[in-house]
Ligand binder design. Structure first.
Ligand code: FAD
Ligand code: UDP
Length: 379
């Protein structure tokens, strides 16, 4: 009855389903949550404020192809996302940039340091904090120490339970020091929000006569992954199976659980117009939560009250109700992941796609690109 099965209805699964459906295949999408959209899912809360249930998601890309693809299913609320850090009660722009420099140092010192930074790296450049800390110039190293101590160290300890040196440098590299007066968090040309929300965008993507979606279904209750084949409801299934969930769970975590960081989201509604005047405030030197998002500033929604969310990171244990959000990139974990990958590679019609299945950090745009690449290969 079905030519292809997609497990998981996040970005990866939705794009893959649409592509295979448009190529003429009958596609079954199985999603264990009660809704589609994966971690990008948004919905109005009981006060009518559009919230992102799994944390703030801002679309940003330099890839015209990813932007054009999603634009088939949504219009955009275009805005340049800005983040500030609360450092002992003062709000400063993050990533640390030349505006931040002038807030932190007096004018004469800031002018001199700016000249030095521009001479060392050039204007409009991005310097990872760990590189800046190794710079030969002592004054530049002092700026690096300020940024490290006030922006990275405590936030990273909360988010990862490890210091910036002990995690994959690519992670802190996502938020470099910017030799620029650009206060935006991302510098890519396309950025913003799906005008009617992410969920609506994914609903449109899955709305195709060749696609059947079943939510509230753990695929492991329908599919069995054997040594060289997949069974659907006990019968051998020869079509493509695209899996976007955690790889260890396909095999009962037989080699041990893949480690992840998880998050608890604490939402709070307030019957007031404004809470913090910013979409996102990072708490980089204090508090147990990492950041507070105020949704109306993210989505542009006009509403009388306001809803915020605080994010509390913790180590994922696999307990019921916990969600694995961030793969922890290091040699040991990649080796464990490799063992599971070897098992799946023996099944010729199973493809791994997505943040969980590939045990890799992907932004939305990169996920779209990867899903298009995989489905092109399958087609
Ligand atoms: P997911 O969204 O996790 O989807 C996987 C789906 O598979 C889930 O719905 C899950 O329920 C389902 N599933 C798993 N196992 C099974 C099973 N056995 N049976 C059935 N279904 C199953 N990216 C950006 O570009 N911009 C941002 O601002 C941004 N912010 C983020 C903030 C947070 C807090 C997090 C965690 C991520 C953020 N991301 C952001 C990244 C973005 O969430 C990912 O790129 C995207 O969600 C990846 O999509 P995916 O389909 O791989 O995974
Ligand atoms: N980071 C930090 N302080 C900040 C912002 C980011 O230390 O104010 C570090 C932290 O380690 C974080 C990483 O940079 O995990 C990447 O930040 P990003 O905002 O990309 O994280 P995500 O969107 O994945 O939560």
């Amino acid at each position: 009855m079905f030519d292809s099965i997609i497990i998981g209805a996040g970005v990866a699964g939705c794009v893959a389903a649409r592509e295979l459906a448009e190529a003429g295949r009958k596609v079954l999408v199985l999603e264990q949550r009660e809704h589609i959209g994966g971690n990008c899912y948004d919905e109005p809360d009981k006060h009518g404020i559009l919230i992102h249930k799994y944390g703030p998601h801002i679309f940003h890309t330099k890839e015209q192809k990813a932007y054009d693809y999603l634009s088939r299913f949504t219009d955009w609320y275009a805005f340049g996302h800005e983040v500030v850090a609360n450092v002992h009660g003062t709000l400063i722009p993050v990533p640390f940039n030349l505006n931040t420099l002038h807030m932190v140092y007096d004018q004469e010192k800031a002018d001199a340091l700016e000249k030095k930074l521009v001479e060392a790296f050039g204007m409009e450049t991005r310097v990872p904090i760990l590189k800046l800390r190794e710079h030969e110039d002592e004054e530049i190293r002092q700026i690096a120490d300020y940024v490290y101590e006030n922006i990275f160290l405590h936030y990273t300890m909360k988010q990862w339970g490890q210091t910036p040196e002990d995690i994959d440098p690519a992670v802190t590299g996502r938020v470099p020091v910017l030799i620029s007066y650009d206060n935006r968090y991302f510098q890519e040309p396309y950025q913003g929000m799906p005008l009617d929300g992410y969920t609506r965008m994914f609903e449109k993507m899955l709305n195709h006569p060749n696609i059947t979606v079943e939510t509230g279904v753990d695929a492991r209750t329908r599919l069995t992954f054997e040594t060289e084949q997949v069974l659907l409801d006990g019968e051998s299934f020869k079509g493509e199976v695209v899996y976007t969930g955690p790889l260890d769970e396909l095999f009962g975590c037989c080699f041990g659980r893949l480690p992840y960081r998880s998050l608890r989201f604490d939402f709070e509604y307030m019957p007031q117009d404004d809470f913090q005047g910013h979409s996102v405030v990072n708490y980089t030197v204090s508090e147990e939560f990492t950041r507070i998002t105020e949704f109306k500033y993210l989505t542009g929604q006009k509403a009388a009250g306001t809803t915020i969310v605080r994010e509390y990171p913790f180590a994922y244990t696999g307990a019921d109700g916990e969600i694995p959000y961030y793969a922890i990139a290091n040699d040991e974990n990649h080796e464990l992941y490799g063992k599971y990958r070897t098992l799946v590679e023996k099944i010729p019609n199973v493809y791994l796609l997505g943040r969980l299945a590939e045990y890799k950090y992907y932004n939305i745009d990169a996920m779209v690109m990867k899903a298009l690449e995989l489905t092109d290969k399958i087609k």
